[in-house]
Design a protein around this ligand. Structure first.
Ligand SMILES: Cc1cc2nc3c(=O)[nH]c(=O)nc-3n(C[C@H](O)[C@H](O)[C@H](O)COP(=O)(O)OP(=O)(O)OC[C@H]3O[C@@H](n4cnc5c(N)ncnc54)[C@H](O)[C@@H]3O)c2cc1C
Length: 631
């Protein structure tokens, strides 16, 4: 191997003269077999009549692998098209997404790459020593903002042209956009969340203008919003982690002072944030009860930040396109949106939306890597045939495809539910499902995206690891999906809380609806899959009955497995339901079968193994913190 590389280098640089010299050298110092092997790996190297080889002519050899090509992501997505044909069969939607898909390929995807290669920078002082705290973003990032307004990527959710299906339409568009967006999907998520919060609290006073800007299609008027919750003491635990103090002003506004530890897309025009209102003596109420929600424009008329010092931009594993800053709030002018102490409850609407966006980005990343991987498998030949003709390679892609399909249907179902809620058509059951499944989808798809995209990188072999293919950035960016908007464990605990708060009613809705998805007009070929979902549901019910009489710590240890079980069972039911629709394809049925072959209810099996027993925590801790006793 080493000798063949050596040969290659010499031949490439100096042509056949050096080659034959090294060949003579090798002939003397190695066995004849080895030399023959080395020669065989360079079949093109037969000298031409002019005495040159193909390598010397081409400089670096004649073979270049065809790169994976992004094609119109809408046309490439059979499930997306099938889903829309079933639920939103509108010619206008079809043609808009078709045209948008073309725009993504020919225009936007290149900007997305530019956002990655030209990350934002912070200019703290101007040439004359004045503090300016300017976040400089790439032209591509700014074009993304214009495009987002023009394409109505936030506005669609509020115009509601398609009634209860408007959110589905909006999220389908974002799903196509997200992997090409250079992470502009991040500010859009927060912008959408902020608009939703303002709308739900009633648009009035200073938020009137903010709402119309956030939901505008006019690039010159459109605003984006930040969501500043995390402080140094806590992102998950904002109740005890928030130190920001809000000082009331005589005109009814506030001045905020504190330190925000993570603020993404800090080039935003406004933000929603949490703080504690101080009384006349400067005292604040501790815990979540002391938190209120504030709205703050970030910049003044001159475009300068006001009452803010940008301490630095974070140096991150991924999402490098997005400026994420640490901010000192030093008297930031703000308006209180919630009643005093109702901040956490009021920002919940924002989190619902940002978690849905997160899930959309997760499934979009999976779909994009698959589209590229399957294109590559057509053109990359190994062992005498294209990758797509190697059964084991196709099996690997199939597993990724099945994960992606399950995730897509779950996420779209949540978009369907929020669309129903926003148009006043949600039943109690819909409301329960939305509340339960939003964190479930966020936590599950975040993990799926990391796994699927990681596998996807491997499907390009070594090239999947090479930076300027653009592929590694996809994995880096996916890694954040399980962290921001709530980590996997924190959301799993949230699922438990939401079950407890409704005294289990939310679970009843889950069981009723999941059962109904697999109850009627099911394809006979899917009976095995139906049995799997059915038995997983029964197992889950029994588990929950048992868990109800266990010691308090039992469910806490089971929380993540429980959330995974809720996700997998529901995805199985959705896949079966979709495959049984009259317009479904045979692949839809096959995907449902394959999904339901896996362990659908891990919480039952782990309970049977004793994973959640009281002594488990002590044993786990002893294992994790074991120290070596060897000298
Ligand atoms: C790139 C990036 C951008 C971000 N942008 C923003 C932003 O714009 N605005 C914003 O407000 N925040 C932002 N964040 C912050 C992010 O939301 C938080 O980092 C995240 O919510 C986790 O909070 P934490 O860092 O305080 O971790 P911690 O809460 O300290 O968590 C540490 C670990 O403990 C686990 N854990 C915590 N509580 C429990 C529990 N009860 N049981 C079991 N395990 C638990 C967590 O799962 C995690 O694994 C961003 C983060 C990143 C990485």
């Amino acid at each position: 191997m080493a000798s063949s590389l050596f040969l290659h280098r010499q031949v490439t640089r100096h042509g056949c003269w050096v080659f034959s010299g090294v060949y003579r050298l090798l002939s003397r110092s190695t066995s004849a077999n080895v030399v023959k092997h080395d020669l065989a790996s360079f079949p093109q190297d037969t000298p031409t009549p002019e005495g040159k080889t193909e390598f010397s002519r081409a400089g670096i050899g004649g073979f270049f692998q065809q790169k994976p090509v992004l094609k119109n992501p809408f046309l490439e997505d059979a499930l997306l098209q099938g889903y829309l044909r079933r639920h939103l069969p509108s010619k206008a939607v079809y043609s808009e997404l078709l045209v948008f898909g073309e725009r993504l390929v020919h225009e936007v995807d290149g900007w997305g790459r530019e956002c990655e290669t030209t990350p934002p920078t912070l200019v703290t002082y101007d040439a004359w020593g004045c503090r300016v705290d300017r976040i400089v973003t790439s032209p591509a990032w700014r074009r993304m903002k214009e495009l987002s307004a023009q394409e109505g990527l936030v506005a669609i959710g509020y115009e509601r042209t398609y009634g209860e299906w408007s959110r589905v339409y909006q999220m389908c568009k974002l799903y196509l956009f997200s992997p090409s967006s250079g992470l502009y999907s991040c500010p859009l998520a927060m912008t959408d969340g902020a608009a939703k919060v303002i709308q739900s609290l009633g648009v009035s006073g200073p938020t009137d203008e903010a709402f119309s800007r956030l939901t505008s299609r006019d690039p010159g008027y459109f605003w984006t919003s930040g969501q500043w919750m995390t402080e140094r003491k806590g992102g998950s635990d904002v109740g005890s982690g928030t130190e920001t103090v809000a000082l009331p002003q005589s005109d009814g506004s506030y001045r905020l002072s504190g330190f925000k530890w993570f603020t993404s897309a800090t080039d935003a025009d406004m933000t929603l944030t949490l703080g504690r209102v101080a009384d006349r003596d400067g005292r604040t109420t501790p815990g979540s009860r002391g938190l209120s929600l504030f709205y703050a424009p970030v910049r003044n008329q001159q475009g300068m930040v006001q009452g803010i010092e940008v301490q630095r931009l974070k140096d991150k594993l991924g999402t490098r396109q997005v400026p994420t800053a640490e901010l000192l709030l030093d008297g930031l002018p703000a308006y209180r949106l919630s009643d005093e102490g109702r901040g956490v409850a009021c920002i919940a609407n924002m989190l619902t939306l940002t978690r849905i966006h997160n899930s959309v980005s997760a499934v979009a990343g999976m779909r994009r890597i698959l589209q590229l991987a399957r294109d590559y498998a057509r053109h990359r030949s190994v062992f005498g045939k294209p990758l797509k003709s190697h059964p084991l390679h196709i099996q690997t892609l199939t597993r990724m495809e099945v994960e992606t399909r399950g995730a897509f249907l779950l996420v779209m179902d949540i978009c369907r539910l929020i669309g129903r809620e926003e148009t006043g058509q949600a039943s109690q059951l819909d409301a329960h499902l939305l509340r339960l499944l939003t964190p479930v989808a966020k936590l599950y798809t975040g993990k799926q995206a990391i796994a699927v995209i990681s596998e996807g990188l491997e499907s390009f072999g070594g090239q999947g690891y090479i930076e300027d293919t653009g592929l590694p950035a996809m994995l880096r960016d996916a890694q954040v999906l399980s962290i921001w908007e709530g980590t996997t464990n924190v959301l799993s605990m949230g699922v438990l809380r939401c079950i407890a708060r409704t005294s289990g009613l939310i679970l009843q809705s889950y069981f009723t609806h999941t059962q109904s998805l697999i109850a009627t007009d099911i394809l006979p070929s899917l009976s095995g899959a139906v049995r799997s979902v059915d038995s997983a549901l029964c197992g889950l019910k029994e588990f929950l009955q048992d868990a109800a009489v266990k010691p308090p710590g039992y469910l806490e240890l089971a929380a993540r497995d429980l959330a995974y079980s809720l996700a997998r069972i529901y995805m199985g039911a959705l896949l079966i339901d979709h495959a049984s629709w009259k317009g479904a394809s045979p692949s839809d049925a096959y995907a449902a079968l394959r999904w339901c072959e896996q362990e659908l209810c891990p919480v039952v099996n782990n309970a049977a193994r004793g994973s959640y027993k009281t002594e488990t925590f002590t044993q786990d801790a002893a294992l994790v913190y074991e120290e070596s006793t060897r000298q």
